[in-house]
Design a protein around this ligand. Sequence first.
Ligand SMILES: Nc1ncnc2c1ncn2[C@@H]1O[C@H](COP(=O)(O)OP(=O)(O)OP(=O)(O)O)[C@@H](O)[C@H]1O
Ligand SMILES: NC(=O)CC[C@H](N)C(=O)O
Length: 522
Amino acid sequence: MCGIALGVWHHDDTQPHDAWASVINQIQRRGRDACDSVAGTQNGTRWELHASVLCLRGKELTPQPITSQDGHLHLAWNGQIFSSEHEDDPLLDMEKNDGAIIMTRLEEHADQIPDVLVSTLSAVDGPYAFVLVDTRNTCVYYGRDPLGRRSLLHTTTHGAWHLASVSGAAWETHWKEVDCDALWQVTLGQAPVRIPRHISRFFLRAPCDDVPDHAALVPDLHAVLSESVRQRVQETRRARIGLLFSGGLDCTVLAALAAQHYAGPIDLINVSFENPRAIAAAWAVAEAPVEHDTFPADPYAVPDRVTARESYAQLAQLYPMHAFRLVQVNVPYAEYVSYLDTVQVLMTPQASVMDLSIAAALFFASRGEGYVDGVPYKTDARILLSGLGADELLAGYARHRQAWRRGGYDALTKELQMDLDRIPTRNLGRDDRVLSSHNREVRYPYLARKVVAYLASLPVQAKAYFELDELGDKYLLRCLATQLGLTHAAQLPKRAIQFGTRSAKMDAAGAHAKGTAQAFAP
Ligand SMILES: Nc1ncnc2c1ncn2[C@@H]1O[C@H](COP(=O)(O)OP(=O)(O)OP(=O)(O)O)[C@@H](O)[C@H]1O
Ligand SMILES: NC(=O)CC[C@H](N)C(=O)O
């Protein structure tokens, strides 16, 4: 991932707040291939644009910020373009860097920058956050992709305005996420103005009586998801691929599809926490002698570790020629405590108990330090796939079944629409800030535009089948998993990451805390 940050000081003699250095430090952790900055003063307003780069596109390393030949435009681009509506779009040329191509386009039409940004970014699919400084017109353009897969925060404080991928330590300022509903333009010193773009939301189809048969839909889902995975593992400057792996349905399907498109080894990274509260509770009720490799004798044999081992065994059997490696990441309680401050800074402005337990799991998983067959191992994967998004799109949460019980498929569709609308603010900004701090980039095949559009076009009864039994959630995906031979993962009930890894309710103090309670003051 890349890190981007812009500081604007309204009087050119204002000194940056001490914590600005901490923001820059956080930014640099996100991309360690290159890191640079550019600065200037316009009409008495001073600005600094910083970027760090994890370069995954183009023959050569493309440092950032990228400056136009005439020196008037400066772009910090934290994005990846995977596909485009236009087959001959130069942005699909993987030999070239996407940020550099966008800059070329902006240079060619420097008098129509908002139009170029809207037309370019509306035609492509991929995560992004960017900041563009236009010194000729003394303004800044910035924005995020419609699903908010890349973080961008803003704050106004101490006589300054800042945009940054992550907040900094020891800075009690009020960082907020940049709204993904539009792109934004600011003439320095004035309020931001919206630049509407063509696609800013996806709308789910209403339930209908004429529901296609699930079996008939499996080939379509297979095709669209497989293509999304292919685009996310191809041509990556030979970067290694890893997968955040719970062993659950969503990520195991991705592992199988990745094996069909990527010939190299794939690290399946599974995280598990030593949870003193759960361990004490388990010993208190243990009756027979506990086998050494089961919980609590093995404190890391938590629910997700068990499913990860089982799903890994099935993948290895189905793809005997493919080198899957199960990387078992064990997090001792003491280490969890020692990294709490780090995780809290990264996840800010989110600060709830539930956010913290999810963020901690993602932080250690993406660090990728664990064991393979009992031998210490650190992944060198620069790209990590994640199964996030399947629950929101295919009705995977227990809450979805409750909505269906309450008001049938109409109520369920409303619940899913709400989930899709809030995925940027609820999940993806936070996850990006945490996951990117180890110089890796996370990619979400379920959130490809074509996958979202396809699933949004189906009536919800084609995706879930709650009349069936408890495995009616994500029913269409379960059918695909079965067809792929993943019979084990196809039968697994949904398990939330904070419970599967046991990163929730770690100690007596947290035992009764509600997930929505505030865990710390951001
Ligand atoms: N224990 C874990 N270790 C590493 N990554 C995980 C772990 N748990 C979840 N993840 C990552 O987060 C993603 C979202 O988690 P989620 O629980 O929604 O999906 P899942 O575990 O694949 O399937 P299911 O939702 O059916 O349990 C997973 O697909 C996986 O990429
Ligand atoms: N990780 C990023 O956001 C990198 C930006 C750009 N797509 C590159 O690969 O260089």
